[in-house]
Design a protein around this ligand. Structure first.
Ligand code: MN
Ligand code: MN
Length: 473
């Protein structure tokens, strides 16, 4: 007896389809509600510090306590560790011995943005305004950042160590800031001949901050000094205090539903707070797990995972030591080694969705699209897989099994065509510790732009998929 062509195709071919086809009204409400919660988180987590603060609130609401609050750790305990207000780890201690390893989901909470320079403030006499100089962070297209409302969030630390948090531009009653572009009427010579990535250059990313001069004949830079006075009155800081500050310029405003059918969420820094949030929801949704569940948010991924809050640091080892100390009291280096060797991880990060207007950069058969589920990216890197984490076939099989057994829709993807470009994630740094790890995230349109877009269906199933992974024995 011969099988019909379409039956054979169903049986043998792998062709991910739109999740929406299988979502009924009841499920759709669940999917949309999840997206609404996420959207609020995204709107109030504009920096890595703010992401840590918002995450800590969610953790505490769900019974997680700081590690310092525990005398000892035992199975079922919910604990978190914060590193310098910029990276965070949250764990549920498993039923199985902790040295049998953790199920880890690692993501990053830093995002491309403009940082202020150490001496940012200046007055332009001819233009009669005061401005702030910036230094961009991460891979941006600089022209995205002009002529759009901007907010400032961050921390100034005074000489005596007092922190002063500043947050202006996201409350509807706040003023916003802007970098003015050149008008088209006068752009024909100066700007039109520049190459795309230089349409706006680094030193042109200057933020308009004030225009009223101080009424004092003695003062030379009247607008600048007026700004300093405003800052001093409001925050009790002076110009030198700005040298020990981390003030980040980010797009102003909230995340929004996108599309007539509201099927998508648009906002700043889905990359990679979407993976952070869904992994956070996954770990807080669980009461106990066989293996220790560990969710980590790293900082500095966008600049190569450098520094002591980035993934290329000993932060994970430090987490393991802290957990072991409270779990076992005395522990050996071999215990720590076993815990690493036995751990399995997902690197949660976003992946480019097929851009309908720029399809030529993708190998369509090996690209992801919105609404078709989690993206499994076996390897990252550039060219001939340089700088890649390339997950082992055995590990990819395990991941497939977890998702298929739990009805999690998934697709595969490469970053783009083989020789088109490239990039990496935190995956390779955990792989260096002898942990099996693979990139699993969701497709995204407009990556690294001020308004990135994801599908609500992918978002929901990423939460479900991450939860299933943490429960894996
Ligand atoms: Mn990125
Ligand atoms: Mn990322």
């Amino acid at each position: 007896m011969s099988e019909k062509g379409s039956d054979l195709e169903d049986k043998l071919a792998f062709s991910p389809k739109s999740i929406w086809e299988d979502i009924d009204e009841e499920k759709k409400e669940e999917v949309f509600n999840f997206a609404e919660d996420y959207s609020k988180f995204l709107s109030s987590s504009k920096t890595e510090r703010r992401s840590v603060e918002e995450s800590e609130k969610i953790l505490r609401k769900n019974g997680f306590k700081a590690i310092s609050e525990y005398e000892e750790l035992t199975s079922g305990d919910k604990v978190y560790i914060i590193n310098r207000n910029k990276s965070l780890a949250a764990a549920i201690i498993g039923d199985e011995d902790i040295t049998k390893g953790c199920n880890i989901i690692a993501s990053h909470i830093d995002a491309p943005r403009l940082d202020l320079k150490a001496r940012p403030l200046y007055e332009d006499k001819e233009a009669s305004v005061a401005l702030l100089k910036t230094h961009y962070y991460g891979g941006i297209k600089k022209y995205h950042w002009v002529s759009t409302p901007l907010a400032i969030h961050g921390r100034v630390v005074k000489e005596d160590g007092t922190p002063v948090d500043i947050s202006i531009g996201d409350d509807p009653s706040d003023p916003v800031f802007v970098i003015s572009d050149l008008l088209p009427h006068l752009a024909k010579k100066k700007q039109a001949k520049r190459k795309t990535m230089k349409v706006i250059e680094g030193e042109e990313l200057n933020i308009l901050i004030a225009g009223i001069p101080l009424k004092d004949e003695e003062v030379e830079n009247k607008v600048k000094v007026k700004v300093l006075k405003l800052l001093n009155d409001e925050y009790d800081i002076d110009e030198e205090d700005l040298t020990s500050a981390e003030l980040e310029i980010v797009p102003a405003g909230e995340s929004r539903d996108v599309g007539l059918d509201r099927s998508m969420v648009g906002g700043y820094a889905h990359d990679d707070r979407v993976c952070a949030y869904t992994s956070l929801r996954a770990v807080t949704d669980l009461d106990s797990t066989e293996k220790t569940s560990l969710v980590i948010f790293f900082d500095k991924e966008e600049i190569g995972s450098e520094g002591n809050t980035g993934a290329n640091s000993d932060f994970l080892n430090s987490i393991y030591c802290k957990l072991l100390e409270k779990y076992k009291g005395e522990y050996t280096l071999q215990d720590q080694r076993n815990m690493l060797d036995n751990s399995k991880a997902i690197s949660g990060d976003v992946c480019p969705a097929i851009n309908p207007s720029f399809k030529s950069v993708h190998d369509i058969q090996n690209a992801s699209s919105l609404g078709k589920g989690l993206v499994v990216t076996k390897f990252t890197g550039a060219g001939g897989k340089f700088s890649a984490n390339d997950a082992h076939a055995e590990y990819v099989a395990l991941i497939r099994r977890v998702f298929n057994e739990n009805d999690i829709p998934w697709q595969t993807s490469e970053l783009g065509k083989v020789d088109e470009g490239g990039g990496g994630t935190v995956a390779k740094f955990l792989a260096n510790l002898n942990i099996d790890i693979i990139d699993i995230g969701i497709p995204l349109l407009g990556m690294h732009s001020p308004f990135e877009v994801i599908s609500k269906a992918d978002l929901y199933y990423m939460f479900k998929g991450y939860r299933s992974f943490l429960e894996t024995e």
